[in-house]
Design a binder for this molecule. Structure first.
Ligand code: AMP
Length: 551
C-alpha cells in the first residue's frame, strides 16, 4: 500500500520470471545456440528454439516424476546443455534448481542435500562414484536421474536410476504455470570456513533484474551474436549470471563440459570463436601458459572476465599487454546473485595509456546498477569514498540475499542494524566509484598494529617470473602478533630463491610489509570453487617459525 500523499502509477504489473528469458531468446534470437563439449565426448549444438522445445518436454517429464511447485531439485553437473535445460525446466514449473558443488567434502555434500530437502538429484556420469559412495546418507525418497541417454546408466549400486533422456515426453509445448516473481527459482549453498554451508535462495525477480543489470554494466560482453564461454561452473553462484543474461542478450554459450585444462579450453575457444570467457584467476594461468606455448590467442577471443578472487595485476598485464585481450575484473558473492562490481571502462578511459588502464583493471571495478556499497569503520560509522579510507564492506540491492534458507542464526549475524549485508571483505572505494578489495576480514595480516593486505603482496609476487601462483598468509608471531608468509608454486623450469623473491616484493612495498619468509609447494590447495584455500595453508604452516625481524 502506498502512503496517502503518493499517487500510484498506472502500469501493468507483469511478474519477472526466468522462463520468459528462454521464450524471448527462442523468438528474437533464434540463431543463438548452446554448444557443449559433451561429457561423453564430441561437440553438441542446440539453438534457442530447439532448447525451448526440449525444456518444455523436460518439464512434462519432471511433472510426471511428481516434482511440483516449491520442490528442490538438485543438480550435480558440469557446464553442459543438459544443465542449462535443468535450470529452465525446474524453475519454469515453479520448482527450485539446487546446484551442488561436487568438490565439497562428503559431510558438506550430505548436509546440503538433506538440509535443502531435495526431491530428486540429476547427476553427470562423472559423479557416479561420488554419489554411489554417499547414497546411504541421502534423504529417503530422493529420485536419482543420471544425465545420459537411455541404456547408458552407470550408477548400478543406486536403486532405480533413471536416464535423463528417458524423461523427455513427446508434447513439444508446456502450459507454464503463472506464479509470483517472488517465488524461488534457484538455490546455491555457500561454504564458509566455519560452520555448515548456508543456502542462498534466489527469486525469479532477482534473477531477471540481475541479468538486466549485468547487461547494462557489461555492454562489451552482452551484445547479440557474442559467444560466451563460462569456465566458472554452473554450480557456482548461477555461473555469474551467464545462463540467464546470455540468452536474454542473444549471445551463444559455449559449455566446456568437464575438460577445463588450458589446452582443452584453447582448442574449444579457438574452434568456436569464443569472444568472452569467464573464470577464476587459477583457470587463466592454464590458458595463458597454453597461449605462450602456441604463441597465439584463440581465434576471436576479445576479453576475459576474471572474478571470484582478486585478479593479480601481472595476470591482467599478460592478457592485455602481451596478447591484446581485454580484461574485465569482477567482484561479487554467492549472496549477490552474484555480480556486484565490474571493471568495464568508459570510452574516455579506453583512451588512457595501457599501463594506466591495467592499473584500473587491477581494482575490482564499479558497482552495477541495483547494488549499493558502503564501507564502515570498527564502530560501524560510514567511511568516505576517497580511495584511502579502508573498512568493512556492506552491500544492499535488488538481487542481494535477505536471509539464509532455513537458517535463522546465520541470517541474524549477516546484516547490520540498517539491513545491509556484511560481505566479510575489507575495501576502499575511490571517488569515481572503483572498489579496491584489500582482503577478506579473516585474511588480513595484523603486524605490530598495522594491517598488511595479502592481496597486494600476492599481486606483486605474481609479477616475478619464478612465481606461477602464490598466496600470502598470516603466521602467529610472539612480538608482532602476525607476520606474512609467502607460499609459492614455482613457474615451470625456474628455481627462484627466498631472498630474490623478498627483494622483488620489497621494490614495491614498505619493508615491514615484505614477507619474512617464503615456502615452496608443488601445488597450492584450492577450495571447492577453485580459489586458493588460505584456510588449508594456515593449518599446514601454523608452526612455521619466522625468525627474521621485519623492516
Ligand atoms: P563466493 O560467494 O564463493 O563467490 O565468494 C565471495 C567472496 O570472494 C567475496 O566476498 C570476496 O572475498 C571474494 N572475491 C570475489 N571476487 C573477488 C575479486 N575480484 N577480488 C577479490 N576478492 C574477490
Amino acid at each position: 500500500m502506498l502512503p496517502e500523499n503518493l499517487l500510484a502509477g498506472q502500469m501493468m504489473h507483469r511478474p519477472l520470471r526466468v522462463g520468459d528469458i528462454l521464450e524471448y531468446a527462442a523468438e528474437i534470437h533464434p540463431d543463438g545456440e548452446i554448444v557443449t563439449a559433451a561429457v561423453e565426448g564430441g561437440l553438441h549444438r542446440a539453438t534457442y528454439p530447439a532448447l525451448r522445445t526440449r525444456v518444455a518436454r523436460l518439464a512434462h517429464g519432471l511433472r510426471a516424476m511428481g516434482i511440483g511447485a516449491g520442490d528442490r531439485v538438485a543438480t550435480l553437473a558440469w557446464n553442459t546443455q543438459r544443465h542449462f535445460e535443468l535450470y529452465y525446466a525446474i524453475a519454469g514449473i515453479g520448482a527450485v534448481c539446487h546446484t551442488i558443488n561436487p568438490r565439497l567434502s562428503a559431510d558438506q555434500f550430505t548436509y546440503i542435500v538433506n538440509h535443502a530437502g531435495d526431491r530428486a538429484i540429476f547427476f553427470d556420469s562423472t559423479f557416479t562414484p561420488l554419489l554411489e559412495a554417499l547414497w546411504g546418507r541421502m534423504p529417503d525418497g530422493l529420485i536419482p536421474v543420471e544425465l545420459c541417454a537411455p541404456g547408458h546408466v552407470t550408477a548400478h549400486t543406486i536403486p532405480d536410476v533413471r536416464a535423463y533422456e528417458d524423461l523427455f515426453e513427446h508434447s513439444d509445448s508446456f502450459d507454464w504455470p503463472d506464479f509470483s516473481e517472488e517465488a524461488a527459482c534457484a538455490l546455491c549453498y555457500t561454504s564458509g570456513t566455519t560452520g555448515d554451508p548456508k543456502g542462498v535462495l534466489y527469486s525469479h525477480r532477482a534473477m531477471v533484474l540481475h541479468s538486466l543489470f549485468l547487461m547494462a554494466s557489461a555492454q562489451s560482453t552482452y551484445r547479440a551474436g557474442n559467444r560466451i564461454l563460462p569456465v566458472v561452473p554452473l554450480f557456482h553462484a548461477n555461473a555469474w549470471g551467464i545462463p540467464y543474461a546470455a540468452p536474454l542478450a542473444g549471445c551463444s554459450i559455449v559449455m566446456p563440459g568437464p575438460r577445463l585444462d588450458g589446452a582443452s579450453l584453447w582448442e574449444l575457444m579457438n574452434g568456436e570463436e569464443v569472444g568472452t570467457a569467464y573464470g577464476v584467476p587459477t583457470v587463466w594461468l592454464g590458458l595463458l601458459d597454453e597461449m605462450d606455448r602456441r604463441g597465439a590467442v584463440p581465434k576471436g577471443l576479445r576479453e576475459v572476465v576474471i572474478g571470484g578472487s582478486a585478479a593479480p595485476r601481472p595476470m591482467i598485464e599478460r592478457f592485455m599487454a602481451d596478447y591484446g585481450v581485454d580484461v574485465i575484473h569482477g567482484w561479487g558473492m554467492t549472496e549477490m546473485s552474484p555480480v556486484g562490481t565490474l571493471s568495464a571502462l568508459t570510452a574516455r578511459m579506453e583512451k588512457w595509456p595501457l599501463q594506466e588502464r591495467i592499473d584500473l583493471k587491477a581494482r575490482q571495478g564499479r558497482r552495477m546498477f541495483g547494488v549499493d556499497l558502503k564501507i564502515v569503520d570498527d564502530a560501524g560509522s560510514r567511511l568516505p569514498h576517497d580511495g584511502l579510507a579502508t573498512g568493512e564492506l556492506f552491500v544492499r540491492g535488488n538481487a542481494v540475499v535477505s536471509g539464509y534458507f532455513e537458517n535463522a542464526a546465520a541470517s541474524i549475524s549477516a546484516f547490520d542494524a540498517e539491513g545491509w549485508f556484511a560481505t566479510g571483505d575489507v575495501a576502499a572505494i575511490s571517488e569515481d566509484g572503483f572498489l579496491m578489495i584489500a582482503d577478506r576480514t579473516k585474511d588480513l595480516i595484523k603486524s605490530g598494529g598495522e594491517w598488511i593486505s595479502s592481496l597486494d603482496v600476492e599481486s606483486i609476487a605474481m609479477g616475478h617470473p619464478g612465481v606461477a601462483n602464490c598466496a600470502v598468509i598470516a603466521i602467529p608471531h610472539p612480538k608482532w602478533d602476525e607476520r606474512p608468509l609467502l607460499v609459492v608454486q614455482k613457474a615451470l623450469g625456474t628455481d627462484p630463491e627466498v631472498d630474490e623473491l623478498r627483494a622483488h616484493v620489497g621494490k614495491h612495498l614498505a619493508s615491514w610489509q615484505v614477507p619474512d619468509d617464503v615456502v615452496f609447494v608443488d601445488e597450492l590447495p584450492l577450495t571447492a570453487t577453485g580459489k586458493v584455500s588460505k584456510l588449508e595453508l594456515r593449518l599446514r604452516f601454523k608452526d612455521h617459525a619466522i625468525e627474521r625481524t621485519p623492516g
